[in-house]
Design a protein around this ligand. Structure first.
Ligand SMILES: *Cc1c(COP(=O)(O)O)cnc(C)c1O
Length: 236
């Protein structure tokens, strides 16, 4: 299927994004195997998601649990991992544990409690990332950098939560370079948590960078880049 604006197929867009990821890794002296691509599929129709998975996407990121549940049912034959990347209401924790492989947006104690409770019931462990609000933006959720160490140690007590790293959604800038200090900050915050952790190798993920700034994020250490429009085209 062709995207009307760019006349490029999902597979062509994906190939281009992969090239750009490789170039950013080369520039940063990193192994491209250390950067996983999350295809962000909010509002993207299932046929188009299928094209992306056929072209090699293995992780899908969804913002809304209801949408994720519906799509997962329609795409249940696909060998993909589902990541929750949107704000998660506490009363949706059950569905998130049921349908998502990872939750990238752990941002408060009440959510940790509910995720843990449902994971326990379903006899699974759920990998999570702690979302950090780097820009102290009121419209965005996330733990403040100041509260992060205390939150991390409290959340670590939940046996069914497997805390793997940090996620952030920095303020939006037209110029990707301006996001660099935020990405660097997230990396420093992770390094600090690792220094104080008994199992530093478990804390290895940094989910940061989107269509407009993923190259800069990779240069600053991203291990998960969440890319929507550059692969699937503009959202309606
Ligand atoms: C929509 C979204 C993305 C992807 O944004 P694009 O600019 O389309 O690549 C990444 N992360 C989160 C949390 C999002 O909501």
């Amino acid at each position: 299927m062709l995207d009307c604006l760019t006349m490029k197929t999902v597979a062509e867009n994906l190939a281009l994004v992969r090239k750009r990821i490789e170039a950013a890794c080369e520039k940063a002296g990193r192994d491209p195997a250390g950067v996983k691509l999350v295809g962000v599929t909010k509002t993207v129709p299932v046929e188009r998601i299928r094209e992306g998975v056929d072209a090699g996407i293995t992780i899908l990121g969804e913002n809304y649990i209801q949408e994720a549940r519906r799509k997962k049912e329609l795409l249940s034959d696909l060998p993909v991992s589902w990541h929750c990347i949107g704000h998660l209401q506490t009363n949706k924790a059950k569905f998130a544990v049921d349908c998502c492989n990872w939750v990238e947006t752990l941002d408060r104690q009440s959510l940790a409690l509910e995720l843990n409770r449902h994971a326990e019931k379903m006899q699974r462990t759920i990998p999570v990332l702690i979302q950090v609000n780097l820009g102290a933006e009121e419209t965005k959720s996330g733990i403040s950098p100041e509260d992060l160490p205390a939150f991390f140690s409290r959340a670590s007590a939940f046996e069914r939560l497997d805390i793997r790293g940090l996620m952030a959604l920095p303020p939006f800038f037209d110029q990707p370079e301006r996001a660099r200090p935020y990405f660097r900050r997230l990396r420093e915050l992770l390094d600090r948590l690792r220094q104080g952790s008994a199992l530093p190798e478990k804390l290895s993920e940094l989910s940061m960078g989107m269509s407009g700034d993923f190259e800069v994020a990779i240069e600053e250490g991203a291990t998960l880049v969440r890319i929507g429009t550059a692969i699937f085209g503009g959202r309606t």
